[in-house]
Design a protein around this ligand. Structure first.
Ligand SMILES: Nc1ncnc2c1ncn2[C@@H]1O[C@H](COP(=O)(O)OP(=O)(O)OP(=O)(O)O)[C@@H](O)[C@H]1O
Length: 253
């Protein structure tokens, strides 16, 4: 389990997370939603130990993340940041290979490294970009390469900050299916999304943040209710279902 225990975070003398407690289960897709500035990215950074919390702790399987060796932590947790920009002069294959960095002992790639890299590029359909400069890929192509870098590290946990940004509908579905597949293989996924319908379709567990606090938490059926969403987003929503019973959520234009 990845567990946030009463975590609070202050940035530039402004408290952005207030006493957050949440459990994230392996093999499950947990989705964090909420308005801009609610604290979603801040929470995800704390869960990845990229930010030190002011109080409380983040535990991974009974060990405080803050006490864990950085290399071991990097093998366990893959973090996909929100900004998909890559300003290095680097080919996609080399960028994906960086996902193996926590495993490297000497020079060059091991057989295991090569297998993991090939699997990750196949899963994200990025082999065709192997020798292409990442800076010259489209935003959507680069997003898939960055996802491949995370998968190459074969982490137990994937923490993804808006993994669907810049993707067309086809690749949004591809990435969501890829993340879901990871959970079916026993990995824990925690992702920030803005698309409420996509979140409802894919989430095992949803956390809605507002003003740095958990405003609602539960299954899609429990939290995707017009009044709850209106209170959190300060916007009216229409909630329906398609013929398969999937929730369709759109704000009222
Ligand atoms: N490095 C920082 N220094 C100071 N304040 C920050 C910093 N990063 C974020 N904040 C502030 O913390 C609050 C939460 O930001 P955060 O990025 O976690 O929100 P978010 O829910 O991910 O928003 P969005 O949906 O817009 O990405 C915001 O008010 C933001 O201005």
């Amino acid at each position: 389990m990845l567990i946030a225990q009463n975590i609070s975070l202050t940035l530039l003398s402004r408290q952005v997370l207030h006493n957050i407690s949440a459990n994230f289960a392996p093999g499950k897709m947990s989705i964090i939603l909420g308005p801009n500035g609610a604290g979603k990215s801040s929470l995800l950074s704390c869960l990845a130990a990229l930010r030190r919390v002011d109080s409380g702790s983040v535990m991974l399987d009974d060990t405080p993340l803050a006490d864990m060796n950085a290399n071991i932590r990097a093998r366990k947790i893959g973090f996909l940041p929100q900004e998909g920009e890559v300003n290095w002069d680097i080919d996609a294959g080399a960028l994906v290979a960086l996902g193996r960095y926590p495993y490297q002992r000497g020079w060059g790639l091991s057989k295991d490294d090569e297998i993991a890299i090939n699997n990750a590029m196949a899963a994200t359909k990025t082999e065709i970009f192997m020798h292409r400069n990442v800076a010259r890929l489209s935003g959507g192509e680069r997003a898939r390469v960055l996802m491949a870098r995370i998968l190459a590290g074969t982490p137990d946990w994937i923490l993804a900050d808006e993994p669907l940004a810049n993707l067309d509908p086809h690749y949004q579905i591809e990435i969501l299916r890829q993340l879901k597949k990871q959970t079916l293989n026993g990995k824990g996924v925690v992702a920030i999304l803005h698309d409420l319908t996509a979140a409802a379709a894919i989430a095992d567990h949803i956390i809605l943040l507002k003003n740095g606090e958990i405003a609602a938490s539960g299954t899609a059926a429990q939290v995707m209710q017009a009044q709850i969403l209106e209170d959190i987003f300060e916007t009216k929503f229409d909630i329906g279902q398609n013929e398969n019973g999937k929730l369709l959520i759109s704000c009222q234009y």
